[in-house]
Design a protein. Structure first.
Length: 439
């Protein structure tokens, strides 16, 4: 067993209020420069919605991530070595500025200096890149206004797919509109397709903590990494001609500080910590046949840092004592592996992403309509998980390659915990059976 350490993050989606403070502080720290005006290493997308860049999760279009061949091997969706070479002459599939949305500012001078008239002065947006006036056709969180309504405006590929297959069309109409926020950074994957697709060897994964970085001196601007990343978390700097991406704030992490997005998060929803994992089994785990097995396979890779055999193997692999100790106290290990309440984003891309999400526990719709009371007050919310406002199918498409069971289990645990803690807070008799029922 070859043990390696990996920095990871868990985000509790119930606590995200969509304030975008994380995105703004990240931008101020990392991408407040010309050439990367359109870039958000951290973005917070509205769900349902298209995401940023729009429809990035649709790999039939963007060709990111890995696919499993008939022989059980992994192959880059964007192509093997031949295509990688070919890409040097013909650029791969890339989102354009409209997919990211062109950043704009307003012509404030015209707004404030406009002569008095009958019309209300309206500021004309102008491109931050070209400085020219522009017609804004879309931007990342315009989906906020739609609440997932399928008949209006730009569409969420997941809602489209579920609606085609589901008989219960009403669930995605206004009557049960739902919305939540999904903050995203680079996943610092265990099996990063960006690294594998780079023809120059510029993308690399740090051995000591698994942070994925771009060597700016090595990068030749081929942009295969932009195509290869299924999360579209590598960006092209059009001034320097090099790729750039989230660095997990390594200069801060190296001196014991949290990432900027974590430190400034208003909802306090981001947890950072170390995983220990079995590096010899990453490819095997990423190549399991059934996509529903990818989440369990990913969990299996994460080792118990208290296990004496793991500790011995970690020492043999050269991991320092304080890192082993950090892994033992890691909140991300507890949430993802021990309590199993955090799930990976799109495990079907087979990159083994290391940013995990505690899915949002929304109100129970049926109970709410029938009784006029919040279902949680009934004390048995976890029995009514299937009537939650956010459909389990939707969360499963995001976090478990469409398998509803792991999502249902997580939501039951969260509901049970919420119900139990409510009893504690209100000094009501505690129902110990709730904890037993969800393990
Ligand atoms: Fe690479 Fe990050 Fe994309 Fe994973 S999410 S493939 S580590 S850029
Ligand atoms: Fe959500 Fe925190 Fe970002 Fe605000 S700062 S949008 S609460 S992740």
């Amino acid at each position: 067993m070859r043990v390696m350490a990996q920095l990871g993050m868990v985000m509790n989606l119930d606590k995200c209020i969509g304030c975008h403070t994380c995105s703004v502080t990240c931008k101020q720290a990392w991408t407040n420069r010309s050439g990367v005006e359109y870039v958000w290493f951290n973005n917070v997308e509205t769900r349902p919605g298209q995401g940023y860049p729009r429809r990035y999760s649709d790999q039939e279009t963007w060709k990111g991530g890995w696919v499993r061949t008939a022989r059980g091997r992994l192959r880059l969706r964007a192509g093997g070595r031949f295509k990688k070479l070919l890409s040097i002459f013909a650029n791969p599939v890339l989102p354009n500025i409209r997919d990211y949305y062109e950043p704009w500012t307003y012509d404030y001078e015209t707004l404030t200096d406009a002569p008095l008239g009958d019309d209300f002065p309206v500021a004309q947006p102008k491109s931050l890149i070209s400085g020219q006036p522009m017609a804004v056709e879309w931007s990342a969180n315009w989906d906020d206004d739609l609440g997932g309504a399928p008949e209006h405006g730009p569409r969420d590929p997941i809602v489209e797919r579920i609606r085609t297959e589901s008989e219960d069309k009403v669930r995605f109409e206004y009557e049960r509109a739902f919305m939540f926020f999904l903050p995203r950074i680079c996943e610092h994957c265990l099996n990063p397709s960006c690294v594998a697709s780079c023809p120059s060897g510029a993308m690399y994964k740090r051995a000591e903590d698994g942070i994925v970085l771009v060597d700016q001196d090595q990068c030749r601007g081929w942009r295969m990494c932009v195509t290869g990343c299924p999360y579209k978390k590598v960006y092209f700097n059009h001034r320097t001609g090099k790729a750039e991406k989230c660095t997990f704030c390594y200069p801060r992490v190296e001196v014991g500080l949290p990432t900027v997005c974590s430190e400034t998060c208003v909802g306090r929803l981001r947890y950072i910590g170390l995983f220990l994992y079995d590096a010899d089994r990453v490819t095997e785990a990423a190549s399991v046949e059934n996509e529903h097995d990818l989440y369990p396979a990913q969990l299996e890779l994460l080792l118990d840092p208290h296990d004496p055999q793991v500790i011995a193997a970690a020492r043999r692999s050269g991991i320092a004592e304080d890192w082993i100790s950090a892994a033992q106290h890691s909140p991300v290990y507890k949430l993802a592996k021990q309590y199993r309440v955090a799930l990976p984003l799109h495990p079907e891309f087979r990159t083994m992403p290391m940013v995990w999400y505690i899915p949002p526990l929304s109100p129970v719709v049926d109970r709410l309509t029938e009784t006029g009371h919040d279902g949680e007050d009934a004390g048995n919310l976890f029995g009514a998980i299937d009537a939650l406002r956010i459909p389990i199918e939707y969360l499963a498409e995001l976090f478990t390659a469409g398998d509803p069971e792991p999502v249902r289990t997580v939501l039951q645990k969260l509901a049970a915990m919420r119900s139990y803690m409510r009893d504690v807070t209100l000094e009501r008799p505690r129902d110990e059976s709730i904890a037993t029922a969800v393990g």
